[in-house]
Design a protein around this ligand. Sequence first.
Ligand code: LFR
Length: 463
Amino acid sequence: MGAEKEQVYLAFDLGASSGRVILGRVGGDGQIRIEEVHRFPNGPVTSADGVFWDIDALFEAMLEGMSKVAAAGIAPRAVGVDTWGVDFALLDEAGELLERPRSYREPRNAGISRRVAAAIGPERLLERTGSMHQDHASLCQLLAVKEHTPELLGRARRLLFIPDLLNHWLCGAGSTDCTFASTSQMYDVVRREWAADILSELSLPSEILPPVQTGPAVVGALGRDIRRRTDLGEVPVVAGASHDTGAAFGICRDADLPGDEELVVISSGTWSILGIFVDEHLPPGTLDARRFGYEANPDGSLRIIRNLPGGWLIDRCREAWSAAGVDCSYGALISAARAAAGGSGASAVIDTEWEGFMNPPSMPEAIRRHCRQTDQPAPQTPGEFAQVIFASLAESYARSINELRGKTGRPLGSLYMIGGMSRNEYLNELTEQRAGVRVIVGPAEATAMGNVAVQMAAAGTAT
Ligand code: LFR
């Protein structure tokens, strides 16, 4: 590999708990090497009006990361943004935000998915949009906008999903891609069109939705103001894997894995998205839309997914404990959880999808409350909490894998665990035991790698 052949791509990988600016270095061997240049916190911000994202701070942090890259004398071949799914911003005639984008953890969404499913019909909703029935789906959130602030929806001229808004600010683009559109419960991935009929039946506007592209594409170049503020050049902006999970699953399709068993993938960060690749929708009625849905990979192909809580529970506990001075490194918590295993305070299995875990003021207290309500011993020490959380996550993975085995008939013998939580070897062991699978640990940086892979496909690596 000649050093002169190296190409560098810049990935913005924004999760619901932290954001990162990452360099993807690609040498003559075509392998992507990931290097983090900037990391910043993210999280839902609760105010009297609801739960929002601090989108301005996120964008500033992206600019800061770009400035660092320019200061290091690096000229990226392209940039690309991926973020968590479903959330969007509404823009007025002048292109200004009508309000800060709301977080999917907004409590006003509670119960909307049941009403939407009842109005449209659960099977039809799944067939037309592919989406799991979840209160935080963009469709449900848009209905909440209409119900709570109709005047705001009346003034909306354009809806941009979070990565599209960031791209818009980077280069003026105004489109989305199929990976993100497929998280919205408003898009028919198979027909490649917005499900305008569904929106119209809920009296929601479809004309504000952006054009959708399938596959990697250059959507613009860094605008003059961005270039001035960061010292980067007119770098192409690539879209095609703007949903973080879509980016991560994109690199699994061709993963060279041992054995020939059917593979299930878990992309695990704040959420754990469990999925299998499929060629098309399964016959109507095969999947329970409350639990499974379809999302698009960067090339437009489909995966069946189940969206399960992931690191959210333990990370919210860590926040509470570190404020009280407890050593909250993952290493310390994993050792403490192992030590607690078998103790009575560590034996509860919680329903990780319980509504009370969505955004409680105190996660340890919410877990205690859930244990009391389900007549189980509540954990006391951080080690016991960690044990309960890890065992419950493993149990939720096992239940979903068993359900998928039952519904698809696939043997599903191996589990490809990717994303930041794949580093938790104790959780991997518990998952092997409970789900009866062999866990193959994949890249913790799968999302950023997928982002870079799409940039390479759009911007090319040839010199
Ligand atoms: C993971 C993820 C999931 C999505 C959830 C909420 O980061 O993108 O795929 O369902 O966030 O948007």
